[in-house]
Design a protein around this ligand. Sequence first.
Ligand SMILES: Cc1cc2nc3c(=O)[nH]c(=O)nc-3n(C[C@H](O)[C@H](O)[C@H](O)COP(=O)(O)O)c2cc1C
Length: 153
Amino acid sequence: MINIEILVGSTLGSTEYVAEATQPYLESAGFTTNMHFTPDLTKLDIETQQIWLICLATHGAGDYPDNFKPYIEQIKQLNTKLDNVYFGLVGIGDSNYDTYCHAAKNVNDLLLESGATKIGDTFYIDVVNSPIPEDKVEEWIPSWIEDLKKRVN
Ligand SMILES: Cc1cc2nc3c(=O)[nH]c(=O)nc-3n(C[C@H](O)[C@H](O)[C@H](O)COP(=O)(O)O)c2cc1C
């Protein structure tokens, strides 16, 4: 059984709902899931195949949510490559900010530089036209699951 680690970066909670909305789709497709509301690299075994689905809001001036900052620091301080890591990415933000979804864009670059492999394209949810962000998940998760199945076993 392939497990998916769902890593959540959220301040006000809406991204937690987005993350939870992905679970039934992943589980009906035969995956198990672990939800991480306080992502911690020491709890993820990067010596073995990892599939991370990152659901990440942007706060501050394009900054990471506080609960996500320790994980980012852990990645930056790693001495090994994330060769075993496959990741998907959902960015939640507000397009009124000129730093729209910058946290998602930055984690994407960081993980790619660290040697991780991207599955599918980043899915962006703009709260300006999606007041209930988790309702957007159904538009994207089926195709992400198809991309995932092609890349991992
Ligand atoms: C203080 C504050 C700062 C924000 N800064 C940004 C930003 O720089 N870029 C962006 O795209 N969205 C920004 N947002 C919008 C949030 O990303 C959006 O409200 C999102 O739904 C919050 O997710 P959460 O409820 O999981 O924390 C900001 C929101 C707040 C309240």
